[in-house]
Design a protein around this ligand. Structure first.
Ligand SMILES: NC(=O)c1ccc[n+]([C@@H]2O[C@H](COP(=O)([O-])OP(=O)(O)OC[C@H]3O[C@@H](n4cnc5c(N)ncnc54)[C@H](OP(=O)(O)O)[C@@H]3O)[C@@H](O)[C@H]2O)c1
Length: 232
């Protein structure tokens, strides 16, 4: 049984992660910008193991309030899913600087805020894992080798998130915390759209299976939902 914290848990991949982690018997702190739509969570399995908290990853105050609360619960977190994210599909010719900035604010700086805030509340037993939800669209290596691409700000943000993963995996090793990037594949959510390859249930099932069977020394890697490492 794990203690799991998930950002952006009110819909899409974050909601499904909450549901499947509860089904597996884990305790979940599901965080979201607004907890007003609590009824969404009322029919989830093992809901006695669910804690709902407010978190806007764009706000330092919100992050700090959340981790103060977590400290007061006196529990140590095993897994953090840095899942909250936004996209702008605009190409290099269309994107505006403000949108570019907004995407970095959430996808990179937001993830960084959560990661840094989490250090003191994590188990630190070398099984603690921060899982950054990245994307193959953020792989510099894959550029030009696939038909994917075009969402310039999003791609840059996920490449930057990957650097956060790599460097944090080195810097947090002495705290007994591992950090990885994962790509969930192309998933049918508000972000992924209806043409995407995976139903959200399938993508999350694959991701959790990969995380559960991670070799003990896996750290600072970029893992696909298919279990293969993705080149940075
Ligand atoms: N879907 C895909 O095909 C795909 C592929 C590769 C990677 N990913 C990554 O997987 C993650 C989840 O994607 P998804 O498809 O589930 O997206 P989604 O359906 O659009 O959901 C995004 C989630 O992030 C939350 N969020 C956005 N900004 C936030 C903020 N400032 N603070 C807290 N929460 C915030 C949203 O909350 P609100 O409801 O409040 O807006 C929502 O819960 C993202 O990081 C995404 O980049 C997705």
């Amino acid at each position: 049984m794990k203690f799991v914290l998930i950002t952006g848990a009110n819909r899409g991949i974050g909601f499904e992660l909450t549901k499947q982690c509860l089904s597996l018997g884990h305790t979940v702190i599901a965080t979201m910008r607004s907890t007003l739509k609590n009824e969404l969570f009322s029919n989830l399995p093992n809901s006695q193991n669910l804690i709902l908290e407010t978190l806007d990853v764009n706000s330092c105050e919100s992050v700090s309030t959340l981790f103060s609360k977590v400290r007061s619960y006196n529990l140590k977190i095993d897994w953090i899913f840095n899942n909250a994210g936004i996209i702008d599909w605009s190409s290099i010719h269309e994107v505006d600087a403000e949108s570019f900035r907004d995407i970095y604010e959430t996808n990179v700086i937001g993830a960084f805020r959560v990661l840094r805030g989490a250090i003191k509340v994590m188990n630190g037993n070398n099984n603690s894992l921060i899982i950054n939800l990245s994307s193959r669209l953020g792989s510099i290596h894959l550029r030009g080798e696939t038909q994917l691409g075009g969402a310039i700000a999003y791609q840059c943000s996920k490449a930057s998130l990957n650097m956060l993963t790599k460097q944090a995996s080195i810097d947090l090793a002495e705290h007994g915390i591992k950090v990885i990037s994962v790509s969930p594949g192309w998933v049918r959510t508000d972000m992924g759209g209806s043409d995407a390859k995976y139903e959200v249930e399938e993508s999350v099932k694959l991701l959790l299976a990969q995380i559960n069977q991670l070799p003990k020394n896996s750290n600072g890697i970029f893992l696909g939902e298919d279990g293969n490492e993705i080149p940075w």
